[in-house]
Design a binder for this molecule. Structure first.
Ligand code: AVI
Length: 343
């Protein structure tokens, strides 16, 4: 092949990708940078809390990727295995249409679904939604290179804005909204209620929701999943303090806090805290905030709720989301549920 031919082949394949790619920014990067009122509010309560979104700076996102590979952290690989086993069935049940993915990240699990739709020769549009424009765009380009008949319309957006946008947008065929990874479990019941209402408001009758959720199980398994032997989850939790120091000119001494995670059996949720090992005072200059910690006092950084299949089905059914099928793994550790908005 001559150099000019290679150049023209490359540019024609890039052109083919450009034609199939659309990325819409509903937020600009600055608008997702929280101004810190949530930190002030959380650290001023008697049970101090910090929003889990502060886990995810660059380092935190890398640590989360590592968590997903840990031997003790079963959710990611269990959900992926269920998807691999059931993708063809899911594709047949939903038929051709649009796949919307909330929190698409690197779109790794999506490939399992896309492969199944491709095998059935379904023309497909994929709508990834993520607050990180960089990751969304690079994974969209990679998908377009690997799936020649795919169209991608990415939304760089919060879930809330994207769900509002979906209501008015482009729908020609039925839609399947995917919310995987049990991220629903990181919302408390009130937040979950609001979020499910936003999802259903974005759907047309007949559209599908594919939901991944972690199931209730023995305490020891859950405890080791959030207290891994390599200390990656501890580093992930403590990294939140580094992130706050950088972002808000803080002076948290991360050697004076320790990771503490346990399963609260009656609340059916793992709780992750950062525990102060001594009496100390922390300043966050950019927020004009001073916080005192007693020895042993904790900051709640995350809840991770564990669900029961029947309760989840009833919850969805009560919103007009009719459960069609629930798939689990052999141990019943993780659930994948397909439901359809009542016609
Ligand atoms: C993102 N989310 C579903 C994870 C979970 O299991 O709740 C976050 C996580 N926290 C510690 N390990 C993983």
């Amino acid at each position: 092949m001559s150099i000019s031919q290679a150049v023209s082949d490359k540019s024609s394949s890039e052109y083919a990708i450009e034609k199939r790619l659309q990325i819409e920014y509903l937020i600009n990067p600055a608008s997702v940078l929280p101004e810190g009122s949530d930190v002030v509010k959380g650290l001023s309560q008697s049970q101090k809390t910090l929003p889990p979104r502060y886990f995810y700076d660059d380092k935190g996102s890398q640590l989360f990727e590592q968590i997903c590979e840990l031997p003790e952290y079963y959710p990611t690989r269990t959900e992926a295995a269920i998807l691999r086993e059931r993708a063809a069935e899911i594709a047949r049940m939903t038929g051709a249409g649009e796949i919307v993915e909330l929190g698409s990240g690197s779109s790794t699990k999506t490939r399992i679904l896309l492969d199944a739709y491709e095998k059935l020769s379904y023309p497909l549009r994929y709508l990834p939604i993520d607050v990180s424009g960089g990751i969304l765009e690079s994974s969209a380009r990679q998908l377009l290179a690997d799936y020649p008949s795919l169209q991608v319309h990415g939304l760089v957006s919060t879930y809330e804005l994207a769900l509002q946008r979906l209501k008015s947008a482009w729908q020609s065929q039925s839609r399947t909204i995917c919310f995987l990874g049990s991220t629903l479990g990181n919302l408390n019941p009130q937040e979950c209620d609001v979020f499910l209402s936003q999802i259903t408001a974005a759907m047309e009758a007949g559209d599908y929701l594919l939901l991944g959720f972690d199931l209730q199980k023995a305490k020891d398994l859950l405890s080791s999943a959030y207290n891994d032997s390599q200390g990656v989850t501890a580093a992930f939790n403590l990294n939140m303090l580094h992130h706050l120091n950088r972002r808000f000119e803080g002076n948290f001494d991360t050697t004076q806090f320790e990771h503490w995670a346990f399963y609260n059996e009656s609340g059916h949720q793992v709780e992750m805290h950062l525990r102060s090992t001594r009496s100390q005072t922390v300043h966050l200059r950019a927020l004009n905030l001073t916080v005192d910690f007693a020895p042993g006092e904790t900051i709640l950084t995350e809840i991770s709720r564990k669900f029961d299949i029947n309760t989840m089905k009833q919850e969805l059914q009560s919103r007009g989301l009719v459960p069609l099928q629930v798939w689990t793994d052999i141990n019943q550790w993780f659930g994948l549920l397909l439901c359809q908005l009542q016609t």
